[in-house]
Design a protein around this ligand. Structure first.
Ligand SMILES: [Zn+2]
Ligand SMILES: [Zn+2]
Length: 104
């Protein structure tokens, strides 16, 4: 683990949760409509994290992408092969375990 611990918690917003302030996420704009997205805890500072709609959408997209990536990894795991044993046929190299051609 690295030294910086950042926690972000998202909860369902209500209309009154929107305030005018600074976006703490990617765009860093000031005086925009922002939503409280969770407490911010780092070793050096504690506070509240606000973000504009655009950046929250971006964050959600990232989170979903990450989830999908993890799913894919899980799906691929049984098929993953570290090609430990190689064999050569017709001057081409193949993996003995999975049969795939290896380009050296
Ligand atoms: Zn923003
Ligand atoms: Zn293999």
């Amino acid at each position: 683990m690295s030294g910086v611990a950042v926690q972000i918690g998202l909860r369902a917003p209500s209309a009154s949760d929107w305030v005018t302030g600074r976006c703490w996420l990617y765009c860093r704009r000031e005086n925009v409509r922002v939503l409280w997205i969770g407490p911010l805890r780092t070793p050096v500072a504690e506070g509240d994290l606000y973000a504009c709609g655009r950046c929250i959408a971006e964050l959600m997209l990232l989170a979903r992408e990450e989830e999908r990536r993890r799913d894919l990894e899980e799906l691929a795991a049984p098929y993953r092969c570290d090609h430990r044993e190689l064999e050569t046929r017709d001057r081409e190299t193949f993996c003995r375990g999975c049969g795939r051609q290896i380009y050296l």
